[in-house]
Design a protein around this ligand. Sequence first.
Ligand SMILES: [Zn+2]
Length: 68
Amino acid sequence: MAEERTVKIPQHRHCRKCGKAFVGEGLYCSDSCRDSDGKEAKRKLYRYIAAIAVLWAVVIVAVAVAGF
Ligand SMILES: [Zn+2]
């Protein structure tokens, strides 16, 4: 009678925020990591949108000035 023993290596992930290995669902090891990373990503996105908006405003003004 052979007893099969499978060594289970727990599936682990690495936190997207701090890089720490953790077991469980999701992308982050803790709620605080998820929250801070989400806020940071949102801030970066808003900054990016603002930069694009400024760029477009400059282009529109330049075209308007050149056009008249
Ligand atoms: Zn983390």
